[in-house]
Design a protein around this ligand. Sequence first.
Ligand code: NAP
Ligand code: GDD
Length: 353
Amino acid sequence: MGKRALITGITGQDGAYLAKFLLDKGYEVYGTYRRLSTPNFWRLEYLGVYHKVYLIPADLTDMSSIIEALKISEPDEVYHLAAQSFVEASFETPVATGDVTGLSTTRILEAIRLVYPETKFYNAATSEIFGKTGILNGGRPLNENDPFMPMSPYATAKLYGFWITRIYREAYGIFAVNGILFNHESPLRGLEFVTRKISNEVAKIYLGLSKELRLGNLDAKRDWGYAPEYVEAMWLMLQQKEPDDYVIATGEAHSVREFVEKAFGLMGLDWQKYVKVDKRFFRPLDVPCLVGDYSKAKHKLGWEPRTKFDKLVEVMVNEDVSRWERWLKGERFPWDAPNYPSESNVLTRALRM
Ligand code: NAP
Ligand code: GDD
């Protein structure tokens, strides 16, 4: 029998790609989802895996639902991806972000310790935990030994998650790892993140559906990789003999301005005619530059990024243009007609009673 994996946050960008990746490897895949007023399964549908995964209702703030998800799925591997993941929103909801993005990692680790201590655990840590170190070191690519100096409530919550994962590894011998992933993007990226906001708006402007793009800090630099390649790194971390923490990145930093220039340029448009800087999109604090050194992952996991900046921008812009072109022809997409979870793949605690 294949292995069983439980993914928290299966409805998000990484969750959907990881579900597909694990299904292709022969895993039985379980994922938690939370009740929303409008269901959010479009990414799973987009990748054609919605009917191949088992869905378990759970909320990160509800310990009993997490325990139930473990009991239902009996996983060999848990990938903890669910979080309030938008840095900007964490300034608006700092307490809730601390609870959902930080404390929930402890809820899951406690549930694992109590119910399935043999389960291997992946924690979605982030390059955001380096924060200010990204500039204090003069822009040198950051590795696992660099100091953490978070600059947002989100990053602080993630740093808590990072340390509690290490503590459960050392205190209880749980196979628990942190993936310190730098930004990774794709056509499944949420529309509020800067790369997808740009690619989506460029497509609309190109097709005459929009006239301008409003952005914040154009000088910020990020290390942008391609999400489907990053989920493979998560899996590789759990296949090692010993649990450890790894940086996953491309090793290149590019500014938001460069992303804009490249994306508009691909469609033959002059970005300066369309982009307006809008103070609403500036953050109270913003990490100026993040770039990662993935040498350890290359050496120990055999992992390397394949899709770099130019190709990534191309993939995202082309996909958004193609979606809007099809939409103009009357084609409708999963997010236009959201599905409610079907009885066939939803598992609830009633099944265990
Ligand atoms: P994402 O697209 O925003 O997905 C977040 C997931 O968390 C969604 O499935 C969301 O469910 C779920 N979630 C949020 N609050 C929840 C709650 N209270 N209870 C249960 N589920 C909840 O994020 P992503 O880009 O896939 O990132 C995955 C993880 O990696 C996150 O932890 C993120 O912080 C971390 N990370 C991401 C990057 C990156 O560049 N993408 C880099 C480093 C680390 P709904 O669909 O219901 O909203
Ligand atoms: N979202 C957004 N919207 N960002 C903008 C905008 C805008 O209109 N204009 C400029 N930016 C700048 C932000 O200020 C930030 O410096 C940069 O673009 C990237 O912003 P996001 O795309 O929102 O990503 P992030 O780097 O803050 O966070 C993402 O990457 C982290 C890993 O480093 C998220 O995926 C986090 O969950 C993840 O941990």
